[in-house]
Design a protein around this ligand. Structure first.
Ligand SMILES: Cc1cc2nc3c(=O)[nH]c(=O)nc-3n(C[C@H](O)[C@H](O)[C@H](O)COP(=O)(O)O)c2cc1C
Length: 238
């Protein structure tokens, strides 16, 4: 059974264009892979309680967020860690992600130092009425890469009825997802290698201090890897 995690940064519920676009992708993916082979954990801004980051920096210092005890992030993080494939999708609000999407990202931003989500593939999705798509999907792509996710598709769409490009992108996205769910190998890329190298350099400087970040790199085996490609093969062999 393969698991897909989805977070959609829209509050519009069932009326949401982003929700409907992603739902269509998921339905097509289910059609390709088989319902019995997929479990989907889908969260939207209106269906989940995610408090603002308070800026206490405890997540970077000791790997814990005090807010996880009082909102839904503990469960959401568990689902995200457990997933094989990740979808982050947001409507475009003034040429970027929505405030809700940004709050969600802020709450896991310490994972960028740990590349916590390495070994997973994912896609970045944005919808708008006409502009801001490249900036928004580019930003989501960057966030995902910093967390170790191999981004295998970036889809910015204007989802009005009869938009051929949008319909084509549904097919394309679901076929990419189904390939990865059915065993396509996750490859490294130059961005992931650069992020890995920068993080490793920084964490090695913390070795004598035995920081929380250094301990994570040691315990997870990341510190032994000389490239992100090695991280991926370590994850694949686990
Ligand atoms: C506050 C706000 C800002 C927006 N900014 C943009 C924008 O910069 N460019 C654009 O093309 N559409 C913009 N839109 C339109 C939405 O991106 C578009 O309708 C989107 O598909 C809505 O997704 P949803 O139905 O999933 O919430 C904006 C909408 C809102 C409410």
């Amino acid at each position: 059974m393969k698991k897909i995690f989805v977070y959609i940064g829209s509050r519009v519920g069932r009326e949401s264009s982003t929700f409907n676009y992603v739902s269509e992708i998921l339905n097509r993916t289910i059609g390709l892979v088989g319902k019995e082979n997929i479990k989907i954990d889908l969260y939207t801004a209106n269906s989940s309680k995610i408090n603002n980051c308070t800026g206490c920096i405890r997540c970077f210092m000791n790997g814990e967020c005090p807010q996880d005890k009082i909102d839904d992030m503990k469960v959401i993080k568990e689902k995200l860690l457990d997933a094989d494939f990740v979808i982050f999708a947001s409507p475009v609000y003034f040429h970027n992600v929505t405030g809700d999407m940004k709050i969600f990202i802020d709450r896991i931003s310490y994972w960028s130092h740990l590349m916590t989500l390495s070994g997973k593939a994912g896609v970045a999705i944005a919808t708008s009425t006409g502009n801001g798509l490249d900036l928004t999907t580019g930003y989501i792509h960057k966030v995902m890469s910093y967390m170790g996710i191999k981004v295998v598709g970036q889809f910015g769409v204007v989802p009005y009825e009869g938009n051929e490009e949008c319909i084509k992108s549904l097919e394309n996205c679901s076929s990419i997802i189904s390939e990865y769910l059915t065993g396509k190998k996750i490859e490294s890329d130059s961005a992931l290698e650069l992020i890995f190298k920068a993080n490793k350099n920084s964490v090695e400087l913390q070795s004598s201090l035995e920081t929380c970040e250094y301990n994570y790199w040691k315990e997870s085996g990341l510190i032994e890897c000389n490239s992100f490609a090695e991280v991926l093969s370590m994850k694949a062999n686990k």
